[in-house]
Design a protein around this ligand. Structure first.
Ligand code: GDP
Length: 332
């Protein structure tokens, strides 16, 4: 069988919504091997006409905010109403442990077991750029497979949110009634990225503090985003555990999408995302190209040791690496 037939077959399987084909296609787009990248490009080109129609929602929050409980409950609800729900994640492995927080599929056991759902753990990788690329391409595969709601989950640790906001239409921030969390969010500029904010765990003894926190957050947003032209994200409360408030949160997501569609800014947002994405891929290609060049690889251990010991400055180390890469490009 030729490669072209393989890809056409795989694309047909994906379009038919066959789980195995979808899983194989995602494994292919997650791969960073050059031969796989070529096949992945061919596959994505085949699938392109069938992508773009899903509701793309990003969900972020610090570990413990209740993301997996929320997505499990919300996703199951949506599947119950006839939607097909896919969950993907952006979670570059922690450098210290090499482990991925969002890598565990058992976090959403109920949703994972449903026929109408597809839950994919975060692709592994140490570089946010590579992980984000794989997730974005997986999202396209899932759209072509007929999933009409795609949830992209990420952990609230800095750059991840920006990467996710660049691939979704609506960004939902799950937060808690702990004052520290709100301050963190404001400091890191994450509140500005949020299109909808939900204070989770508004149940039992947590109900009152959650409502108070939502009011405070609303007030803080009025100060931070004083421009009347700007749309301020609604701040709701919910309980992923009891299900209370989940329908309202989903409605706020749909309202935001309707707002984008009415103003013509859904197209503008996606056009901007395409442009940003192109440059992000150029960056990623360059970074990978430099790191993977045989000349750089050969000198890597020695250079890093010299920089670590102080024998070579980081600036000189950089120059040396770029020289080696230039030599690689010239074919010396
Ligand atoms: P994640 O790290 O953001 O994915 O958070 P998890 O979904 O794993 O939730 C962290 C902890 O909070 C777990 O023990 C959950 O059972 C609990 N939890 C999640 N949502 C709620 C909620 O709405 N109410 C209460 N009381 N607990 C919750």
């Amino acid at each position: 069988m030729t490669r072209a037939v393989d890809i056409a077959d795989l694309a047909a399987g994906v379009r038919a919504g066959a789980r195995q084909a979808v899983a194989r296609a995602i494994t292919l787009v997650e791969s960073s091997k050059p031969a796989h990248r070529d096949q992945a490009s061919a596959l994505l080109a085949e699938l392109a006409p069938d992508t773009g129609s899903a509701v793309r929602v990003g969900i972020s929050g610090v570990p413990g905010a209740g993301k997996s409980t929320f997505i499990n409950a919300m996703g199951s609800r949506l599947v119950g109403r006839g939607h097909r729900v896919a969950v993907v994640a952006v979670d570059p492995s922690s450098r210290r442990t090499g482990g991925s927080i969002l890598g565990d599929r058992t976090r959403m056991a109920e949703l994972t077991a449903l026929e109408g759902a597809f839950v994919r753990p975060s692709p592994s990788g140490r570089h946010l750029g590579g992980v984000a690329r794989a997730t974005r391409e997986s999202m396209l595969v899932l759209e072509a497979a007929g999933y009409d709601v795609v949830i992209v989950e990420t952990v609230g640790v800095g750059q991840n949110e920006i990467a996710v906001s660049e691939m979704v239409d609506t960004f939902l921030l799950l937060t808690l009634a702990r004052a520290g969390d709100q301050l963190q969010g404001i400091k890191r500029g994450i509140l500005e990225l949020a299109d909808v904010i939900a204070v989770n765990k508004a149940d039992g003894d947590g109900a009152l503090p959650a409502r108070a926190a939502a009011r405070e957050l609303s007030g803080a947003l009025r100060l931070v985003m004083s421009d009347k032209e700007l749309r301020r994200p609604p701040v709701l409360t919910c309980s992923a555990a009891t299900g209370e408030g989940l329908d309202e949160v989903w409605q706020a997501v749909l309202d935001h999408r309707a707002y984008l569609e009415e103003g013509g800014s859904l197209e503008a947002r996606r056009a901007q995302q395409q442009e940003d994405w192109m440059w992000a891929m150029v960056d990623a290609h360059l970074t990978d190209g430099v790191r993977e060049a045989p000349e750089v690889r050969a000198a890597r251990a020695e250079l890093t040791a010299a920089v670590r010991s102080g024998e070579l400055s980081a600036v000189d180390g950089t120059a040396r690496i770029l020289e080696l890469y230039a030599a690689h490009l010239r074919g010396d």
